[in-house]
Design a protein around this ligand. Structure first.
Ligand SMILES: NC(=O)c1ccc[n+]([C@@H]2O[C@H](COP(=O)([O-])OP(=O)(O)OC[C@H]3O[C@@H](n4cnc5c(N)ncnc54)[C@H](OP(=O)(O)O)[C@@H]3O)[C@@H](O)[C@H]2O)c1
Length: 275
């Protein structure tokens, strides 16, 4: 009787077809905002699948906690850095470059939102959100292009995954004016960068999450009653999970997703199309 891992190995292949399609083992990945919420979910899935995962956020203690948690499952290194400025993006890139010549996957996940009535919406609420949610993915990508190019081949394309939002696809009730503009803008930036990095063998796609439990969405489920009310309003009647966020990221990081570039994939249990 063959061992389970040998059973689906195809002639001429040293790995199973499943590993060939979905494997991310030993890929070098950077997940910004990887210390909590969706970024931590994405990082966990990638670490569990054997990728070498770097995570980053501003707070040193949050970085060390998440690094310790994920290091029990595989390889994870945290780099504390504020990437809301171009200098911060360049600093994070320099720190990574000191350890890695190649970067196979960049997940631009760090983001913030801001809600205020339309009559009271401020310039600060625009600038903070635009800086982190649109400018930072662009300038971090720019700073890491040498490593992304070095990792890319025609058969194994590097992958940039921008985390946008269903709020960038469809209006909602959150009065988050700069956020919806930033996330819609990041979707368009994704397509433009996909076009311009095509010949470098770098794919650029976006994931648009629907509702996931995180610090950002905590006010929506502050009480059990609110949690149930909000959950029942979703088409699938559940929040997104670690498997949902990381599964889509693993797909886009692996050979299975290699023929997709320039697209925004909702990860929302049907909220955009059916809700
Ligand atoms: N949760 C949802 O339902 C939902 C839905 C749609 C889209 N999204 C998007 O998904 C992404 C993650 O959201 P989330 O809900 O997981 O948010 P979250 O819980 O607030 O996590 C945000 C992460 O980004 C980091 N971060 C914030 N400002 C930063 C900065 N200036 N420099 C570096 N890192 C920074 C935070 O760590 P520090 O505080 O330590 O810096 C944290 O790790 C965001 O882009 C968000 O817009 C979320």
């Amino acid at each position: 009787m063959l061992a389970k891992s040998q059973r689906c190995t195809l002639p001429g292949m040293s790995t199973t077809f499943y590993e060939h399609l979905f494997g991310v083992r030993d890929k070098v990945v950077l997940v910004t905002g990887g210390t909590r919420g969706i970024g931590l979910m994405i990082a966990e899935g990638l670490v569990r699948c054997g990728a070498r995962v770097y995570i980053s956020s501003r707070k040193e203690d949050a970085c060390r906690d998440a690094e310790a948690q994920l290091s029990k499952l595989g390889v994870c290194v945290a780099i504390p850095c504020d990437i809301s400025t171009i200098a911060g993006c360049q600093e994070l890139a320099r720190t990574l470059q000191a350890s890695e010549d190649k970067l196979h996957v960049l997940v631009n996940n760090a983001g913030l939102t801001w809600s205020l009535d339309i009559d009271e919406f401020t310039e600060k609420a625009w600038d903070r959100v635009m800086d982190l949610d649109v400018k930072s993915p662009f300038f971090l990508t720019q700073a890491l292009l040498p490593q992304l190019r070095a990792a890319a081949t025609p058969d194994q394309r590097s992958s940039i995954i921008n985390v946008t939002s269903v709020n960038g696809l469809k209006p909602g009730g959150l009065r988050n004016y700069s956020y919806v503009a930033a996330k819609a803008g990041l979707g368009q930036l994704t397509a433009q960068m996909a076009r311009d990095l095509m010949d470098d063998h770098i794919n650029v796609n976006a994931i648009a999450p629907g509702p996931f439990k995180s610090k950002m969405t905590a006010p929506l489920y502050a009480t059990e009653e609110m949690e149930a009310q909000v959950r029942e309003s979703f088409p699938m009647k559940r929040w997104g999970s670690m498997e949902d966020a990381s599964g889509l990221t693993i797909f886009l990081s692996s050979r299975a997703g290699s023929y997709l570039t320039g697209v925004t994939l909702p990860c929302d249990g049907g909220a955009t199309t059916i809700g």
